[in-house]
Design a protein around this ligand. Structure first.
Ligand code: ADP
Ligand code: MG
Length: 345
């Protein structure tokens, strides 16, 4: 059975596979002049600026196929890319997807990966306009490049934060990391005893945060609606500690963030307790939350009083560079933030 499936992929060949994967793609954006099918895609952004980012995902380094469904992997691969475009206060419009596939992979498996990629394209209104397809000897490799647009004056960089600006984040932190810890634990249990099936019931929230994250398109739209341009912004991919430090480094400032202001979901706290971990450490160092962290001037604060379903949390403020970068703990201690994160043990 498995061999037959592999045979499908071999019989199709590179061109057959590309055709199979891309034949049902319909262009959604005016800026896409030509998508898949020629030597290169052709885009037209008129007088807007173009924002480009890329990510490379390697099996065994960035994902583990033992517990990552391929459809989720495809979806997440797109989301992590376009999250970077939103973090520039821009709108993603096109992606380019390059894959290295091992000969052991079935056509069905590649289809699942693309189902996830296409689902994300639907949800975020993005055109898949090209890519490259090759055989890999070292497992599955996925490289996605995302292209977006913004008016020149709307782009938000990491270097614009000023002392007294408020530091905001757009959702709870640490859940994706705790989801990963759970998946790794169940994998170890399964490795020891194949008869034991993983028990993942009741852990839906943290698993979803790890396996199917979303990019914060809604936040970018809301900021436009209330006419707020953050002074700086970054997406939370590496953990709060290292990401706020990036803002401070680029803006030449310090910061104070408050432990009791960092939103942590109940499910994250429960899992942390189960694993004997500090949930604040998961929020600071875990990463993969894909929330946005941005700074706003005090004058803009009142604009956030507009009614919205969205949750935006103020967790601290920017200071002069000489004041350093600190976390104020629940016990009122000031602990210096570290790029590798902070640890109170
Ligand atoms: P070239 O030989 O010029 O690199 P390819 O045969 O690799 O062209 O690709 C043909 C077309 O299919 C191009 O438009 C390319 O962007 C697109 N393409 C190739 N691989 C993929 C893929 N994995 N996903 C989406 N589009 C792809
Ligand atoms: Mg090619």
């Amino acid at each position: 059975m498995a061999e037959n499936k592999n045979q499908d992929l071999k019989n199709l060949g590179e061109f057959g596979l590309i055709d199979h994967l891309t034949k049902d793609i319909e262009i959604k954006n005016d800026s896409t002049i030509t998508g898949v099918g020629d030597d290169a895609a052709v885009l037209d952004y008129n007088n807007k600026q173009t924002v480009v980012t890329t990510d490379l995902l390697l099996q065994g380094i960035h994902f583990d196929l033992v517990y990552t469904p391929l459809k989720h992997l495809g979806y997440k691969a797109v989301v992590v890319n376009i999250s970077d475009i939103y973090a520039m206060n821009a709108t993603p419009k096109q992606i380019i997807v390059s894959i290295g596939i091992s000969s052991r992979m079935s056509l069905e498996a590649v289809d699942q990966l693309y189902d996830g990629i296409k689902l994300a394209c639907e949800k975020y209104n993005i055109d898949l306009v090209g890519g490259d397809t090759t055989t890999s000897l070292t497992g599955l490799t996925i490289s996605i490049t995302a292209i977006g647009e913004a008016n020149k004056d709307d782009i938000v960089y990491r270097n614009g934060a000023k002392p007294n600006d408020l530091i905001c984040i757009t959702g709870d932190l640490g859940a994706a990391y705790m989801g990963l810890q759970l998946l790794e634990r169940e994998k170890r249990v399964h490795d020891k005893n194949n008869a034991v099936q993983p028990d993942l019931s009741g852990y839906d929230y943290i698993l979803e945060r790890q396996l199917k994250p979303e990019a914060r398109k809604d936040i970018i739209e809301f900021l436009k609606e209330i006419d707020v341009k953050p002074t700086s912004m970054i997406d939370l991919s590496d953990g709060l500690s290292s990401d706020i430090m990036q803002i401070c480094k680029n803006s030449k400032t310090g910061c104070r963030i408050y432990e009791n202001k960092i939103p942590i979901d109940h499910a994250t706290s429960l899992m942390a307790e189960e694993l004997n971990m500090n949930p604040t450490v998961a929020a600071l160092n875990g990463g993969e939350d894909f929330e946005l962290l941005f700074t706003i001037s005090l004058q803009d604060y009142e604009k956030f009083s507009k009614e919205t379903e969205l949750k935006i949390y103020t967790i601290g403020h920017i200071t002069e560079e000489s004041k350093g970068k600190y976390l104020v703990t629940n016990g009122d201690q000031e602990i210096e933030l570290q790029a590798q994160g902070w640890n109170n043990e």
